[in-house]
Design a protein around this ligand. Structure first.
Ligand SMILES: O=C1O[C@H](COP(=O)(O)O)[C@@H](O)[C@H](O)[C@H]1O
Length: 232
C-alpha cells in the first residue's frame, strides 16, 4: 500500500462501526469549526447499517452537515433496496435528524433520463470532507460496476454523476463518478465479510483498475484513503 493508504482490520462490523463513527464525527466537527459547514457522502447496501446507527448518535452540530449518497439504485423510495430509504431510516435520526440530505432520487422513470437533474442537485456541493464507500464482491464501489458499459466512463468523465446499467447486478443506478467522489478531503472504505477479503487483496495488489473499480480509488495519490475491514 502507498503511504497515503491505511488498512485497519477489526474483529467485527460492530467494533469497526464504533471506531469509524467516532472518526467521521471528528472530521465533520472539525470542518464545521473551520468552514461553518460539513459535507459527507455515504454509501448504501447492507454494510453501513450499524455505522449509520452509531453515527446518528454522535454529538455534533448536525444542522451544519449536508449528507448525500455516493450512489442510488433506481427503485421506488420505499423499496428495501433503496439507498435513500436506508439513509432516511438509519442515519437521519437521533441527533443526525437535524442534518440536511440531498437525495439522488428524482421523478424520472429511468436513471438515464435523471442524469442531468442529479448533476444539478450536486452542482452546489463543494469538496466533501469525507466520503464513505463500500465494495461489492465484484469490486464495484458506489455504483461503478465492472459489469457495465459505463465502467470506463465512470472513472474518466469530469461529470459529477452518471447513469449505470449493471449487467449482472439488479437495477439501473445513478453513481457519483470517480472525479466527483475524489473531490474529497478523505476517502474511507468500509468493507465487511470474508468473501470480500480476496477481492480487496487483489485490488490492493493491482494498481490499474482492470476489472476492479475500487483499485482506481485505492491507488490514486490525491486523496488519503483508509480501508476499514471486518470479516464478521
Ligand atoms: O449496490 C451497492 O453495493 C455496494 C456494496 O453493498 P454491500 O451490500 O455489499 O455493502 C454499496 O456500497 C453501494 O452503495 C450499493 O448501491
Amino acid at each position: 500500500m502507498k503511504k497515503e493508504q491505511k488498512l485497519d482490520t477489526f474483529t467485527n462490523n460492530e467494533q469497526l462501526s464504533e471506531t469509524l463513527s467516532v472518526e467521521i464525527a471528528a472530521i465533520l466537527a472539525q470542518a464545521i469549526e473551520q468552514r461553518g459547514h460539513a459535507y459527507l457522502a455515504v454509501s448504501g447496501g447492507r454494510t453501513p447499517r450499524a455505522l449509520f446507527e452509531k453515527l446518528s448518535r454522535q454529538d455534533i452540530d448536525w444542522h451544519r452537515v449536508t449528507i448525500t449518497l455516493a450512489d442510488e439504485r433506481w427503485v421506488w423510495p420505499d423499496s428495501d433496496d433503496s439507498n435513500d430509504k436506508l439513509v432516511k431510516t438509519t442515519l437521519l435520526k437521533n441527533k443526525a435528524a437535524q442534518a440536511q440530505f440531498i437525495s439522488l432520487l428524482t421523478n424520472h422513470t429511468t436513471a438515464r433520463s435523471a442524469e442531468a437533474a442529479v448533476a444539478e442537485k450536486l452542482a452546489g456541493l463543494p469538496t466533501f470532507d469525507a466520503v464513505i464507500l463500500g465494495m461489492g464482491d465484484d469490486g464495484h464501489t458506489a455504483s461503478l460496476f465492472p459489469c457495465s458499459q459505463q465502467f470506463s466512463e465512470g472513472l474518466d468523465t469530469s461529470a459529477a454523476a452518471i447513469a449505470v446499467m449493471p449487467e449482472t447486478a439488479p437495477y439501473e443506478r445513478i453513481s457519483l463518478t470517480a472525479s466527483r467522489l475524489l473531490n474529497s478531503s478523505k476517502i474511507f472504505f468500509h468493507i465487511n465479510g470474508e468473501s470480500k477479503l480476496p477481492v480487496l487483496q487483489s485490488a490492493l495488489a493491482q494498481a490499474q483498475p482492470g476489472k476492479l473499480p475500487i483499485s482506481a480509488f485505492l491507488h490514486q495519490t490525491e486523496v488519503p484513503v483508509s480501508v476499514y475491514y471486518a470479516a464478521a
